[in-house]
Design a protein around this ligand. Structure first.
Ligand SMILES: Cc1cc2nc3c(=O)[nH]c(=O)nc-3n(C[C@H](O)[C@H](O)[C@H](O)COP(=O)(O)OP(=O)(O)OC[C@H]3O[C@@H](n4cnc5c(N)ncnc54)[C@H](O)[C@@H]3O)c2cc1C
Length: 553
């Protein structure tokens, strides 16, 4: 074997998967067809659970989040409607405004630190597989060659070659009805409202910053990113708009004309100054598609290779990076020989519903920003609905991907089981002061957290001590930044994204009433207890959960 796993694509998802596999002790090789990192930025930031996930791997600060733990954002936008999240005591929506270029740089640096081999200028061109291995055909700078591996993961983007080579279908819709134009620009400073940071467009009025602003003629966005060039975006509905290959590159004049059509007013636009790269992007049409399966034998798909959708609300990396964190430990367990039957298939079982929800809410948002009187009426109704805190919480949980509750099997009776583990502040007794749960999960190992005060549970995991890290600690409370109070009273209205109907939208149920937790490496709770002295039935359930997720003792 040349490697345990070949990953096609060194985009954010391929790089994150490489990090996860390395942490779990397997050896990936990443193939990237581009000889150097692209200079064109796509995502402007990370939205949702992924921010907390990256914190749990020690990457939040490196990505520009600062030294404090992540905190939920007080405001966001859904389908160009403002979402006031400040009144939610369990606000699940986190935000990190870091450009994708920086995210890729940080993930690449982390992968290299972990010893990952990244081969730039090496393109996956073919593959064959049998029961034992995958053979990848690669076109490298010195000519074609072959790589043999136990598994191959296609993280090679929406036009995935891996997906095509395996014959996995990509059903969905292509819409040829919109054109969006985005450019890095300079706007006259006197037009920027000092109080709100919004833009006073002469003859139109104030447009708030970072808000998708809908008119009857299209969409306008003014995004004055701190420390980066300001972006102005328009979106217009132009029936028949198709791929814009062959058109001359976008100019400021073309963007200015589009602004005039959308707002009915002129906005003076100058070329961006300050550090680049500066963006000039025209995108026509869009796809919403979901792979008909995420696995074909020894080949798996992750990220955009498995699903594409509108970028509205920025859900792409939230979905994709969580795919890779879900997949990494399961694939590593398979390779290291301890995976219980069906573990790897659980990747698709758990992540397909998450992708389906992203398809649902991006399509819903696309409908809400379209022109037309009926849409205006629908928006009025939505505005009324958003006056209800439970609706706001539900939408925020959906956008965050925090409404996930994975099926953990027979033992998921504790309200935390299946959910994202809450942010906890702990005293591990080593005299170093409070420790955040996130500091215990950076190594991506399964974790048994014994908070009973008498270390009575750690012995139960003795048979798994090569896989499961057991930590005894005292619970100090919810860690700063995490939503929800220590009373665990975080229940909303439930709904279709809330499979158990208990109304939890924040993905974790607060930190109260916890005396023990078993976490999978992706930080979802596999078993939990509220009892200071778990009885024999609870101990048996713990051992069953250990075996279900981490194999035979
Ligand atoms: C305009 C726009 C704005 C967006 N804004 C946001 C946002 O604000 N927030 C957000 O979360 N998401 C956003 N997204 C989505 C986000 O950019 C994607 O979800 C993300 O890039 C997907 O990452 P990936 O690693 O799956 O694929 P990609 O980033 O596409 O990376 C795939 C990599 O595979 C390589 N490759 C392809 N074929 C091969 C091959 N045969 N062999 C080897 N290598 C290959 C490619 O060169 C590429 O480097 C936006 C997308 C767009 C288009």
């Amino acid at each position: 074997m040349s490697a345990d796993v070949v990953i096609a694509g060194a985009g954010p998802n391929g790089l994150m998967l490489a990090c996860e596999l390395s942490l779990a002790g397997v050896r990936p090789i990443v193939l990237e067809r581009l000889p150097a990192r692209t200079a064109e930025n796509r995502a402007n930031g990370l939205v949702g659970q992924v921010v907390r996930m990256l914190d749990r791997r020690g990457l939040y600060g490196r990505l520009g989040g600062g030294s404090e733990p992540p905190r939920p954002t007080p405001a966001f936008v859904f389908g160009a409607l403002p979402l006031d999240l400040s009144a939610l005591d369990d606000n699940p929506l986190y935000l990190l405004q870091t450009p994708q270029l920086r995210i890729e740089q940080v993930l690449e640096e982390r992968a290299v630190e972990l010893g990952v081999e990244i081969r730039r200028g090496h393109e996956l061109t073919g593959l064959t597989q049998d029961a034992e291995e995958v053979v990848a055909d690669v076109a490298g700078p010195d000519g074609p060659y072959r790589l043999r591996a136990r598994y191959l993961v296609g993280a090679d983007g929406g036009r995935s070659v891996t997906r095509k080579l395996t014959g996995i279908g990509f059903p969905g819709v292509t819409r040829n009805s919109t054109v969006s134009r985005t450019a890095s620009v300079a706007v006259p400073p006197e037009l920027v409202d000092p109080a709100t940071g919004g833009l006073n467009v002469p003859g139109y009025g104030l447009v708030p910053p970072f808000m998708h602003h809908r008119t009857e003629h299209g969409l306008f966005v003014f995004a004055p990113f701190p420390g980066r060039s300001t972006l102005v975006t328009t979106m217009e509905w132009e029936p028949g708009a198709a791929e814009d290959d062959g058109l001359p590159p976008l100019t400021l004049e073309e963007l200015g004309e589009s602004v005039r059509r959308v707002l009915g007013a002129d906005l003076p636009l100058g070329p961006a100054t300050g550090p680049g790269p500066h963006l000039m992007r025209r995108l026509a049409g869009g796809n919403t598609r979901l792979a008909d399966r995420f696995r074909d034998g020894r080949v798996l798909l992750a990220g955009d290779a498995a699903h594409v959708h509108s970028a509205i609300g920025g859900p792409g990396l939230n979905l994709g990076l969580q795919d890779t964190v879900n997949l990494g430990w399961k694939l590593a367990a398979e390779i290291r020989g301890w995976a219980p039957p069906g573990l790897l298939d659980g990747y698709e079982a758990e992540r397909r519903p998450a992708a389906e929800r992203v398809v649902m809410h991006t399509q819903a948002q696309s409908a809400l920003i379209a022109p037309g009187e009926e849409v205006t009426a629908l928006r009025r109704l939505f505005t009324e609905l958003l006056g209800d805190r439970n609706v706001v919480r539900h939408i925020a949980g959906t956008m965050a991907g925090a409404d996930v509750r994975y099926d953990m099997g027979a033992g998921d009776v504790h309200p935390l089981v299946g959910r994202w583990a809450p942010d906890l502040s702990l005293d591990t007794g080593d005299g170093t002061g409070p420790v955040r749960l996130a500091e215990l999960t950076a190594d991506a190992r399964p974790l048994l957290l014994d908070l009973t005060g008498n270390a009575s549970l750690t012995g139960e995991a003795a048979g798994w001590d090569d896989r499961v890290k057991a930590v005894t600690a005292r619970l100090l409370g919810a860690a700063p930044g995490g939503p929800g109070g220590p009373d665990g009273s975080r229940r909303g209205s439930g709904g279709p994204g809330d499979p158990d109907g208990d109304g939890g939208s924040g993905g974790d149920g607060g930190s109260g009433e916890i005396t023990a937790l078993l976490l999978r490496p992706d930080c979802y709770v596999a078993w939990a207890s509220s009892s200071p002295r778990p009885d024999s039935a609870e101990r048996a359930a713990l051992r069953a959960a250990l075996a279900r997720w981490f194999g035979a003792p």
